[in-house]
Design a protein around this ligand. Sequence first.
Ligand SMILES: Nc1ncnc2c1ncn2[C@@H]1O[C@H](COP(=O)(O)OP(=O)(O)OP(=O)(O)O)[C@@H](O)[C@H]1O
Length: 246
Amino acid sequence: MTVLQLKDVTGGYTRKPVIKDLSFAIEKGELVGLIGLNGAGKSTTIKHIIGTLLPQNGEIRLNGVTLKENMDQYRSSFSYIPETPVLYEELTLKEHLELTAMAYGIDEKTLKERSEILLKEFRMEKRLNWFPSHFSKGMRQKVMIMCAFLVNPSLYIIDEPFVGLDPLGIQSLLDQMDEKKHQGASVLMSTHILSTAEKHCDRIILLHEGRVRAQGTMADLRKAFNMPNATLDDLYIAMTKEQDNE
Ligand SMILES: Nc1ncnc2c1ncn2[C@@H]1O[C@H](COP(=O)(O)OP(=O)(O)OP(=O)(O)O)[C@@H](O)[C@H]1O
């Protein structure tokens, strides 16, 4: 079953498009990596999927509907973890979780059950009454991650999650993603940590100058680049060289 479908999506910030004719799909239970150079258009693609930018052309469907057709259904089907955490400075961690639960109609019992698991997993149990100003960068990121996982949506959209987290935090995030995947959720994740992407993603989308250069499993990508034993790092460097040759 297809959860997310982009069909010939062209878009950007001005009339000059940044992403061009993007087409890809994410199926139920899949972890898909969005990979590309700085400026390739990963965050811009994500902004179109979450609806902060609207396509100039093409269509994005989440569980079968476009944002325009059913805004409430579309918005409640995903949770988004941005690259830079956006927190309410006047709310504690506990209040962030409560606010998220309220926004997504999660009852108190479920909130308690899910929060306990997440707080333990991300080692934040003792910080429930802390305000964001007292959090480290990684802790701020964990607040966003916990809020996203609290919602239990059908699609998680995660922009470069690994940079600010310590190794335990990274492992917890990967474990959470794995668990949600097995429960049938899908994940779209952009990252520059290619070894982690290669190891954990079911499929990879290689973006190059706003277009899909190649997509599929590692086996598909090796075939597309005609590099039978390549790692994702090798393929990425090959793509960079294509850019240099242009
Ligand atoms: N707010 C904005 N206004 C205008 N142009 C933008 C804006 N944000 C990004 N761009 C441009 O869009 C292009 C793609 O940027 P984007 O942030 O999507 O890349 P990215 O693949 O996420 O890169 P990175 O790996 O560095 O995060 C770049 O040329 C960038 O200059």
